[in-house]
Design a protein around this ligand. Structure first.
Ligand SMILES: Nc1ncnc2c1ncn2[C@@H]1O[C@H](COP(=O)(O)OP(=O)(O)OP(=O)(O)O)[C@@H](O)[C@H]1O
Ligand SMILES: [Mg+2]
Length: 325
C-alpha cells in the first residue's frame, strides 16, 4: 500500500476537489483506494457523503464514525489507537471521515513531538497514531493506495501526517503568494524529515511500527481556475514559469535547471483547467465531473467538457502512477 498526500500551505487552491476527483479516477481505472480526510474542516467528507449521512454521523457523541474515534483512547490517556469505520463509497473507494474535533488534538501532537526525543513510548504512539490507523484500515479494506487530504497549514497534525506518507503532490496556483508558499513548503518538508529521523531512532518499543518519514515530492499541479478575468493570462504565465526553478531549488533541493518552464518541466504533473459550472453541477449530484451524464444537466458543450475532463484526470492518474512505479 502506498500513500499519496496532496499538500500546500496556500489555502483554497483546489486540493480537496483534486483529491476527490483523483480518488474517483483511480477507482474508475480499477485501483482500490482509501481516501483519508485529515483536514478538520472535513470538506472531502462532505463531498463524498450525502447530507443525511453526515447529519447522522456528526450527531454521534460516542464512537463517532470518523477519525476521531481512532485517537480517542490516546487523547484521553487510557489506551492506544482504536477502530475507525471505513465508509464504503463504492467497491473501489473507502473513506476515513474527517472531524472538526481533530483540531483539538493539535496541542497533544505538538507537545509529544518533543517528548519523542526523550524516548517516551506514549509520545511515539501519539505521533504515529494516524499512520497506524491508516495502515490497519487500508489493509482491511484492501486498498492499494491511500489518498490523503489535509488543511493548508504547517501545524502538528499536518506534520504527523506528512511523515506518514510516501509521496507528496503539490497543487498550486500561479501567483506570488503560491510561489512564496512553495518555498516555505520545501523548507518545512526538510525540517520535518530531519527532525523525525532524529526521533525515529530513539524508539525503544520494537513492536511499535513507525512511519519511515522519507516522503518523496513527485511534482506539482498548476490549478488554472485561479486565473481571474482581471488578471490576464500573461500574468499567469509570468508566475507559472517561475515554479520549475523554485520546485527544484526549494523542494527537491537540487540546482535549478536553466530554461525550464511549466510546459517542459517533468515535475509539472498537470495544468488543471477551470471547469466552470461543471463543478457545482457535479457537487449537486455528488459525483466527480467526469461522471456527469446528460440526465444530470451535462448537455451540449457541457457534455464535451465532461469528456475532456475525463481525459485530463485519466492522464493525471497515469502520470502520477508512472512517477511512483
Ligand atoms: N478545476 C477547478 N475548476 C473550477 N473550480 C474549482 C476547481 N478546483 C476547485 N475549484 C473550486 O475552488 C474552490 C476551492 O476548492 P477546494 O475546496 O478544493 O480548495 P482547497 O485547496 O482544498 O481549499 P482549503 O485550503 O480551504 O482546504 C471550491 O469552490 C471549488 O469548487
Ligand atoms: Mg481543502
Amino acid at each position: 500500500m502506498k500513500t499519496i498526500i496532496f499538500f500546500n500551505n496556500k489555502g483554497g487552491v483546489g486540493k480537496t476537489t483534486l483529491v476527490y476527483h483523483f480518488t474517483h479516477m483511480m477507482a474508475e481505472m480499477g485501483t482500490k483506494c482509501l481516501a483519508v480526510d485529515l483536514d478538520p474542516q472535513s470538506n472531502l467528507t462532505a463531498m463524498f457523503l450525502p447530507d443525511e449521512e453526515l447529519e447522522r454521523i456528526y450527531a454521534q457523541d460516542f464512537n463517532r464514525e470518523t477519525l476521531i474515534s481512532g485517537i480517542k483512547p490516546l487523547d484521553r490517556g487510557v489506551g492506544d489507537i482504536a477502530e475507525v469505520k471505513v465508509h464504503q463509497i463504492s467497491a473501489y473507494i473507502g473513506l476515513l471521515a474527517g472531524d472538526l474535533e481533530l483540531s483539538l488534538f493539535e496541542d497533544k501532537l505538538s507537545a509529544n513531538w518533543s517528548k519523542c526525543v526523550d524516548q517516551d513510548e506514549a509520545a511515539f504512539r501519539i505521533i504515529s497514531s494516524f499512520y497506524r490507523i491508516i495502515q490497519i484500515q487500508a489493509e482491511k479494506f484492501g486498498a492499494e493506495y491511500c489518498i490523503i487530504d489535509v488543511g493548508p497549514n504547517f501545524g502538528a497534525l499536518n506534520r504527523a501526517t506528512i511523515i506518514s506518507a510516501d509521496y507528496v503532490v503539490v497543487p498550486m496556483a500561479a501567483d506570488l503568494f503560491s510561489l512564496q508558499g512553495l518555498k516555505n513548503l520545501g523548507d518545512r518538508l526538510i525540517t520535518w524529515k530531519t527532525e523525525w529521523s532524529e526521533r525515529y531512532s530513539r524508539n525503544k518499543t520494537p513492536d511499535l511500527v513507525l512511519p519511515h518519514g522519507d516522503i518523496k515530492p513527485i511534482g506539482y499541479i498548476v490549478m488554472q481556475h485561479g486565473i481571474k478575468e482581471r488578471r490576464p493570462v500573461l500574468s499567469y504565465l509570468k508566475w507559472a514559469n517561475r515554479i520549475p526553478a523554485i520546485f527544484e531549488e526549494f523542494v527537491l533541493k537540487i540546482p535549478a535547471t536553466p530554461n525550464k518552464n511549466i510546459e517542459n518541466d517533468e515535475y509539472c504533473l498537470a495544468l488543471l483547467k477551470h471547469y466552470h459550472s461543471l463543478i457545482p453541477m457535479a457537487m449537486e449530484v455528488r459525483k466527480p465531473i467526469f461522471l456527469l451524464k446528460p440526465a444530470d444537466g451535462a448537455i451540449g458543450a457541457h457534455y464535451q467538457a465532461v469528456l475532456s475532463a475525463k481525459k485530463d484526470f485519466k492522464q493525471l492518474v497515469e502520470i502520477i502512477l508512472s512517477k511512483i512505479d
